[in-house]
Design a protein around this ligand. Structure first.
Ligand SMILES: Cc1ncc(COP(=O)(O)O)c(C=O)c1O
Length: 404
């Protein structure tokens, strides 16, 4: 069986991390993988998480299985924080998943189970794993316009592309902090986009891996809730990797919204049965920690203030990078970098420039020119800005305003 097995295509981000680890240079800079780093270059454990873990160590009395749905206390508390106007187990249900990735996958698997011929529309620039997840679930993907280097005050190009979407199709939308562009629609443009999709039998799948890093936790959640209210059925896949810093605990959830308690209950049964066929029960630790945080007012405030501090730090780094590119002679509008949301932005540069920066200067940049600004140390900003400015490609910048 294993003879003549061709190697799989390497994952562009994970193979970049492996190459970075092997690089012996001491001044190398890793802007590839999407993790937050503080001023000392570490990806910190949130103080609220440490406190909750201490409590859990003392209070936990069993390691027996959790149920297939996962930790219901976590799911309900997180749901109430995200969607305070909706009722858990009535307007929506949720299943605990392995990270946000598991949340997207479970939603897609359910779509495939119920409507196997659905097309899943993804932004033309998106998290690369979306394509793998869609393929693994047996569905097919099509793309709609996503601007790379220009702020999105209009959704006209995306609306044009999505005019072809059929009833039963799904649209993957990044809840906030679009990966890899960092460009979220203005609120008016987002409203326009979803008004054009509403009433057509289309089901949004909102991939929300960065809630809290955009305009702040409650503002980001409110924008997602606004989308949900327009549609009878939708999914939201959330992740606790970045915004609670639980990356390796693999905690996320698939929220499914429906028109009645009966429909929502039926959907929950199917989600659980799909999970049972994949991995059976989810892991416990991360969910128990977050349950403790969410049920303790002080701890919850502590977590939210730590998250807000990370958001502010990233905003400052974005502004510094944008300024330094201009100082280095970049003669194009870099405000999309300063005003963007979350960890990432794309820089208009071709593959050979990305390789040259890595090989010659030890600056590791993700595929398509994706920079993780949340990992950019102050001491490296000027050097990175100079390297980027020398790699700038105007052709890519100009081609951004056309539909794919
Ligand atoms: C857009 C998007 N969705 C989902 C995820 C998945 O996150 P998790 O690590 O929680 O599976 C990521 C993580 O990089 C992401 O960028």
């Amino acid at each position: 069986m294993f003879a003549n097995v061709p190697p799989p295509a390497p994952d562009p981000i994970l193979s970049l991390s492996a190459a970075f680890r092997k690089d012996a240079r001491t001044d190398k800079v890793d802007l590839g993988v999407g993790v937050y780093r503080d001023v000392s270059g570490k990806t910190p454990i949130f103080g609220a998480v440490k406190s909750a873990e201490r409590g859990l160590l003392e209070s936990q009395t069993t390691k027996a299985y959790v149920g297939i749905q996962g930790n219901v206390g976590f799911l309900q508390s997180f749901g109430e924080l995200l969607f305070p106007e909706l009722a858990f187990a009535k307007d929506y249900t949720a299943v605990q998943t392995l990270g946000g990735t598991g949340g997207v996958r479970l939603a897609l698997d359910l779509v495939h189970l119920l409507t196997p011929n659905s097309t899943v529309w993804v932004p033309s620039s998106t998290w690369g794993n979306h394509y793998q997840l869609i393929k693994a679930s047996g569905l097919r993907a099509k793309t709609y316009n996503q601007q790379k280097y220009h702020s999105s005050t209009s959704a006209a190009l995306a609306i044009d592309d999505l005019a072809q979407a059929q009833s039963g199709d799904c649209v993957i939308f990044h809840g906030c902090c679009h990966n890899p562009t960092g460009i979220d629609y203005s609120e008016a443009a987002q409203d326009e986009l979803f008004a054009s999709l509403a009433g057509r039998g289309i089901v949004p799948i909102i991939d929300a891996a960065y809630i809290g890093f955009g305009a702040g936790f409650s503002a980001d959640a409110a924008r997602i809730a606004k989308i949900i209210r327009r549609f009878p059925e939708s999914f939201v896949a959330v992740s606790c990797s970045k915004n609670i810093g639980l990356y390796r605990e693999r905690l996320g959830a698939c929220f499914a919204f429906g028109e009645s308690k009966e429909l929502v209950t039926a959907v929950q049964g199917h989600l659980e049965s799909l999970a049972r066929g994949m991995y059976s029960m989810p892991a416990d630790h991360g969910a128990s920690v977050v349950e403790i945080i969410l049920k303790d007012h002080q701890l919850c405030e502590h977590w939210l203030s730590e998250l807000e501090a990370q958001r502010q730090h990233i905003k400052q780094s974005r502004a510094k990078l944008s300024d330094e590119i201009t100082k280095a002679g970049g003669d194009f509008d870099t405000s999309y970098i300063a005003n963007g949301n979350g960890m990432f932005c794309l820089f208009p540069m071709v593959d050979t420039s990305i390789s040259r920066l890595r090989e010659v200067e030890g600056i590791y940049i993700g595929p398509g020119g994706r920079l993780n600004i949340a990992a950019l140390a102050d001491a490296d900003v000027t050097r990175v800005a100079l390297g980027l400015t020398g790699s700038f490609d105007r052709g890519l910048l100009d081609s951004d305003l056309q539909s794919p």
